[in-house]
Write a protein that binds this ligand. Structure first.
Ligand code: ATP
Length: 246
C-alpha cells in the first residue's frame, strides 16, 4: 500500500498499475522499461502539466472532433494506465478503438480487449485475424492493422508510440496525435500534434476538453487545429525542461 501523503505517491501508483498490468499479461517487460524513460522526462518537467501540453490537448481534442474516421490506437501500457479514459474519449468523439502491439501475441491482444471491454468499450478492432491489413514500410508486428480501423482512418491517436510507426502513419497521409514525455523523440517530431506530458495526466484532460469543445462549430474547431504549431510547441517544452520546468 502506498500512503497518500507519500511525496511520490502519484508516480508510485502509476508504477503499481503497470506492474499489475504486467502480471495480467497486458504489459510486456519492455513496456516497463519504456515507462522508465518516460518517468525521467517527467521528473525534468516537474511532474506537472505545462501550458504547452494544455494547448496540445486542446488541439488534439479539436482534431478528434472534426475527424471523419478517427482511431485510438491502444498498446499495453496505455490499456494498463488509462483504459477507462480511452473508452470515454472514444464515446465523446466517436473514434474507434484498435489494439496495436509491438510485441504481438493473440493472448495479449485478447487481454487488452477484455480490459477495454471491462471499462465499457463496445467495439475493439485489431484483435486476431481482424488485424489483416499491413502498413507499408514497416517490418515489425505493429504494421498489422485492422482494415476497418487504422488502415482507413484520417486521424490516429497513438500514445506512447515508436518513431518508425509514427513516420509510416504520417507517410500514409494520416494526421497523427501522440503523447510522449520526450520532446526529442522521433515520434514527437513526426506527429502533427504531440502532447508532451504523462499519459495519466493527459487522458482525463483530453476527455474533459473534448466534452467542452463538443458542439462547437466545425470552423472554430478547425481554427484551433490550424493555429497549433507542433514544432514551436516542442521547442517550448524543451526550453521548459532546460530552465528547470519553472
Ligand atoms: P522514438 O522511436 O520515437 O525516438 P523511443 O525509441 O524512445 O522513441 P520507445 O522506447 O517506444 O520509443 O519509448 C516510449 C516513449 O514513450 C518514450 O519516449 C517515453 O518518454 C514515452 N513514455 C513512456 N511512458 C510514458 C507516459 N506514461 N506518458 C507519456 N510518455 C511516456
Amino acid at each position: 500500500m502506498i500512503p497518500d501523503d507519500h511525496p511520490r505517491a502519484a508516480s508510485l501508483m502509476t508504477r503499481e498499475k503497470l506492474v499489475d498490468g504486467f502480471k495480467r499479461n497486458i504489459v510486456v517487460a519492455e513496456g516497463l522499461i519504456a515507462h522508465g524513460r518516460g518517468e525521467a522526462f517527467d521528473y525534468l518537467l516537474g511532474e506537472k502539466t505545462t501550458e504547452m501540453a494544455e494547448s496540445a490537448v486542446r488541439a488534439a481534442a479539436a482534431l478528434l472532433l472534426i475527424s471523419k474516421n478517427a482511431v485510438l490506437s491502444v498498446n499495453g501500457n496505455a490499456a494498463a494506465l488509462c483504459a477507462k479514459e480511452i473508452v470515454e474519449l472514444a464515446d465523446i468523439t466517436g473514434a474507434k478503438i484498435e489494439v496495436n502491439l509491438f510485441y504481438r501475441t493473440e493472448e495479449r491482444e485478447r487481454a487488452i480487449k477484455a480490459e477495454l471491454e471491462r471499462h465499457g468499450a463496445r467495439q475493439v478492432l485489431g484483435v486476431g485475424e481482424k488485424a489483416s491489413a499491413r502498413i507499408p514500410e514497416l517490418s515489425s508486428e505493429r504494421r498489422r492493422v485492422d482494415p476497418e480501423g487504422i488502415l482507413v482512418a484520417d486521424t490516429v491517436f497513438v500514445p506512447l508510440e515508436d518513431g518508425d510507426r509514427t513516420e509510416a502513419l504520417a507517410k500514409m497521409g494520416k494526421s497523427v496525435i501522440t503523447v510522449d514525455l520526450n520532446p526529442l523523440s522521433r515520434t514527437a517530431r513526426a506527429a502533427n500534434i504531440t502532447i508532451v506530458d504523462n499519459l495519466v495526466r493527459v487522458m482525463p484532460a483530453l476527455v474533459q476538453k473534448a466534452s467542452a469543445l463538443k458542439g462547437k462549430d466545425e470552423k472554430t474547431l478547425r481554427q484551433i487545429v490550424e493555429l497549433f504549431d507542433n514544432e514551436e510547441n516542442l521547442d517550448q517544452s524543451l526550453a521548459s525542461i532546460r530552465s528547470g520546468a519553472k
